[in-house]
Design a protein around this ligand. Sequence first.
Ligand code: ATP
Length: 589
Amino acid sequence: MDFSLTAKCYEKVEATTKRLEMTDLLVDLLKLTPEKIVDKIVYLTQGRLYPNFVNIEIGIAEKLAIQVVARATGKAEKEVREDLARTGDIGETARIFLAKKTQATLFKSVPLTVAMVYDDLDRIARASGVGSMDKKLNLLAGLLTRAAPKEAKYIVRIATGSLRLGIADMTVLDALAIAYGGGKEARGILERAYNISSDLGTVAKTVAEKGLEAMKEFKVTVGNPIRPMLAERLGSPEEILEKLGNRCIAEFKYDGERVQAHKKDNLITLFSRQLENITDQYPDAVELFKKGIKAKDAILEAECVAIDVDTGALKPFQELMHRRRKHGIREAMEEYPVSLYVFDVLYADGKDYTLKPYPARREKLQEIVVEDARVKIVESLITDNVRDLELFFEKSIESGCEGLICKSIAEDSVYQAGARGWMWIKYKRDYKSEMIDTIDLVVVGAFFGRGKRAGTYGALLLAAYDPDDDAFETVTKCGTGFTDEDLAKLPEMLNRHKVTHRHARVKSTLETDVWFEPSIVIEVLGAEITLSPVHTCAMNSIRKGSGLAIRFPRFTGNYRSDKSAEDATTRHEILEMYRKQLKRFSGSR
Ligand code: ATP
């Protein structure tokens, strides 16, 4: 098949903004395409050579493309660059320069076929190592010298990742349904195949070669990412419960990066929410999954969250962003360790779980996930009660999560691959109280450290002063901000105040490893003050059954030895800070 037919179609697609017209043009192109290269046409039309999850990209930088055009047309790079500054489109510049050359030489080349273009682009994409830039330059320049001007325009655009025809996945599916499935009604079947394989090219080739019936046999396969199920959003527990049939499973909504883990024997592949292969980015998560999945073959979904390994505390999303890098991956892994919070199973030991209701998937998760300090099944609560949901929500926020994802546990609660639906409903805050000032809190208890902090304390239980009762009310657990030197001296400093059980003046619902008489005061800065069903500070003042807590607390390094325990920040001050700082929360990230 001549590439000129493809270029002609692209030209027409560019001239319209109407989706229906685009679909028709694509149907015409598909009908001209031999079945065995339908996948190639589909990938090229989306400006790539493979599905998203295959890490092979052509990736010709604009600078190199300028050299290519100059080489292929015998012009100076400077001229090409000047024209590019005018057109803003390296493809268009290539077309213009090639048109001039063709006129001058009256050169008529042998027609380029789709296969030739695809294969050369593939060679360009795969060239690596020493001399690869020259190889890429030669290959692309060679293609252009054989291309008609219009063809060159699209070849260069594909090579530089700037084809941008605006043909969405759904338009391709519509076109496939019309061209090979007997009409648009067939789209549902094709869409399901796409949602469980994320590979439009293979879907296209299969339906072209084997027909619609074969699509029903399309299977979930380890190695092919499944398009993620997404959540709708509601603003209150009442609405959520009503929408989910008055009973649901609520889960912490961890604030990290979604990963889909594919396990085949002992090989783990990780995909991002955008279905890119991110295995190399998380060597630690790969190891955790290897140990954490009992099944031989499986596809699981988890949230990968930055943590403090010594205390197990969750860290904010921003911390995890340090892991998004191409170089220094090992260093970043040491500095920003992660834990995995597993929330779904889509495939296990030869069985597709996507069409099973959520309770059955949960059961399977319990069976195949081996939990430890760094791999956990998400925290959850099955409830039909608004109040319990609200308290669970507060607990999630205080633990460093974003809120809850409430999920249907009804018969029809299947995994809706690729869809945002009402089976999952997220509940996040529409407000946020920011903490600006530091506060001085009393150390009333401590938890033993793990890892690097073995032998010292991992986190301290801190309290505010209640002058009315002459008591101390817990407000946070703090394990961040301590230097190695701080950690070394903590036991000695605190153990002088050790008591065998909770001090009578300390109000706490938490159990600690060690209790102290309230006396040491330290300065702390937090991200915000939140409601908490766990901490006793200002209990029942804002809401019945809830106290206040400091989220993401950090020791500033100041020991307030100038203060006695009774000089610590009071519950009234914290309440006042909460009220004052409560302001509209302008959306989520
Ligand atoms: P978008 O709504 O555009 O997807 P988002 O990426 O912030 O925005 P949300 O819909 O807000 O995602 O929430 C769904 C995301 O929450 C999932 O993609 C997943 O990364 C994350 N998540 C955290 N905990 C859970 C959980 N227990 N179950 C499902 N998803 C969870």
